[in-house]
Design a protein around this ligand. Structure first.
Ligand SMILES: Nc1ncnc2c1ncn2[C@@H]1O[C@H](COP(=O)(O)OP(=O)(O)OP(=O)(O)O)[C@@H](O)[C@H]1O
Ligand SMILES: [Mg+2]
Length: 473
């Protein structure tokens, strides 16, 4: 039993758009058709009532005033008056005297229906008109007093049965009903066709969402037309394309990261195995191997620290920036890099203006300045130089790092900010790099509303320019 219920529910899903659509169209049709059936019918019928009242009033008044002249109305002289007035077509004509008894009745002396109650009302000085549309015919009656309101001498009663007009109204009703059926069928067919098309598109969209949320980011909807649903489908396709892109980046990042971590780990294992397996290894070689293990471990440490910095920035954690003195950050970085620069015989120059404050975190500012300067030293030649310049330009603080090193080919300038991207893998690896430095710089600069550009230095080398909104105390 519960199963049957469930399947019935599935068959008529009252929450579905198709059900709502059908109910809406159905209600709209009912309201429209009821109005179409009632309105013309009622107004035509009322017009006939009015016309009847007017016609019967004039004939009844004429008859009443003709009868006022008679001293004693009886069957004979009333029949004469009726003949003179040429009043035909009435189903019943009754004339009553002051006392309310019929002196003339076309219906045979009132024997069948008795005296009409309306006649009695007319004797009290009121006129009474009635008209109903029944059995495809208009049944109307009119009762009017004879004489004036001071002396009422009798009353006239007319009854008419107009089947001709009744038939016209009935035919109108039948035609409207037929028209309603045609309209209802046409509207339902059109709604069905339209609904199927729209619902088909909606179903296609919901199907696509199911497929994509199942992990198939390549799926696209075939879009046609320019309506809102087509627009929605187009936006869905764009969203899916972005998802696909993000997913691709994520996969590449994971595979790059594992690859980068695998290499130093493999070296460490190899070195450790050699130490263990080589009997009587001399102290000097062992020291060298252990020192290599130390270097690889340091590389791993750097890489994991870099990855952590990147993931912290990705997480969009609300950072609390503070005014940071860029000159101080630059001088600190230069001091840290002095030993490496000296080893590579690279000169470090600084032309730094005071008062260059930027809203940032000290950590991020250090990452930015240190990575740029480190690269400038790392990818340099002996006897080369690195120059850091800092100055204010309008509302911005501009930091420039120039070097006389290997330079960056123009077609690589966009790529170098990607994660794990290195131009010369062998050279960078030898220099201990993993290709994360510039991605950290890029993300940190963006996090503080800045921008970064890279170009060539004259006569050789590269130039990085970072602009930040200046902090205005
Ligand atoms: N000043 C520069 N001159 C020449 N090439 C550069 C310079 N800075 C960066 N590059 C190139 O861009 C690549 C990416 O730089 P990035 O700082 O991201 O990585 P890395 O220096 O290789 O490693 P990491 O900074 O993570 O230790 C480098 O491998 C290098 O090829
Ligand atoms: Mg670097």
């Amino acid at each position: 039993m519960p199963n049957e219920n469930a399947s019935a529910k599935k068959l008529i899903n009252t929450g579905s758009i198709s059900f709502q659509f059908i109910v809406f169209i159905g209600l709209l049709l009912v309201v429209l058709l009821v109005m179409l059936n009632i309105f013309p019918y009622v107004s035509t019928r009322d017009a006939v009532y009015q016309e009847k009242e007017k016609a019967m009033e004039s004939q009844a008044s004429m008859l009443a005033s003709a009868l006022t002249g008679l001293e004693r109305p009886d069957e004979e002289n009333v029949a004469e008056v009726l003949r003179l007035l040429d009043m035909q077509g009435y189903e019943r004509v009754t004339i009553a005297d002051k006392a309310g008894s019929a002196v003339y009745d076309s219906d045979g002396g009132g024997s069948r229906d008795g005296v009409e109650p309306d006649l009695l009302t007319a004797l009290s000085g009121k006129t009474v008109f009635r008209s109903v549309f029944r059995d495809e015919s208009f049944h109307s009656s009119y009762a009017i007093p004879i004489g004036n309101h001071k002396s009422i001498t009798g009353a006239v009663f007319l009854r008419e049965n107009d089947a001709e007009r009744g038939k016209i109204l009935h035919e109108l009703q039948v035609q409207i009903r037929a028209l309603s059926i045609v309209i209802a069928i046409a509207a339902l067919v059109m709604a069905g066709v339209y609904g199927t098309t729209v619902l088909g598109k909606l179903r296609q969209l919901s199907n696509a969402i199911r497929v994509v949320s199942g992990g198939d980011y390549k799926y696209r909807i075939a879009v046609s037309g320019k309506d809102e649903l087509a627009e929605l489908s187009r936006e869905f396709n764009e969203l899916t394309a972005r998802l696909e892109d993000t997913e691709r980046q994520r996969r590449r990042f994971v595979s790059d990261a594992s690859h980068e971590l695998k290499t130093p780990l493999a070296s460490i294992r190899l070195l450790a195995d050699s130490i263990v397996q080589t009997e009587n290894m001399d102290v000097e070689t062992m020291r060298e191997f252990v020192s290599d293990i130390g270097n690889e471990a340091e590389r791993l440490q750097h890489m994991t620290e870099d990855l952590l910095s990147l993931s912290r920035m990705d997480d969009d954690i609300q950072i609390v920036p503070e005014p940071v003195d860029v000159k101080k950050a630059t001088l600190d970085a230069i001091n840290l890099l002095r030993p490496v620069a000296a080893e590579k015989q690279v000169t470090l120059n600084a032309e730094l203006d005071d008062g260059c404050l930027v809203l940032a975190t000290k950590d991020n500012m250090h990452h930015i300045v240190f990575n740029l300067l480190e690269n400038a030293v790392k990818y340099n030649f002996p006897e080369g130089s690195v120059t850091a310049k800092l100055h204010k330009e309008g509302d911005t603080v501009q930091l420039t790092v120039e070097d006389t090193g290997v330079g960056i080919p123009e077609d690589e300038r966009y790529n170098i900010f990607g994660r794990f991207y290195r131009i010369d893998k062998a050279r960078s690896r030898e220099a201990g790099g993993s290709g994360l430095g510039l991605s950290i710089v890029h993300d940190a600069v963006k996090a503080h509303g800045g921008s970064i550009a890279v170009g060539a230095n004259e006569p050789r080398g590269s130039r990085f320019i970072v602009s930040f909104p200046a902090y205005k105390g």
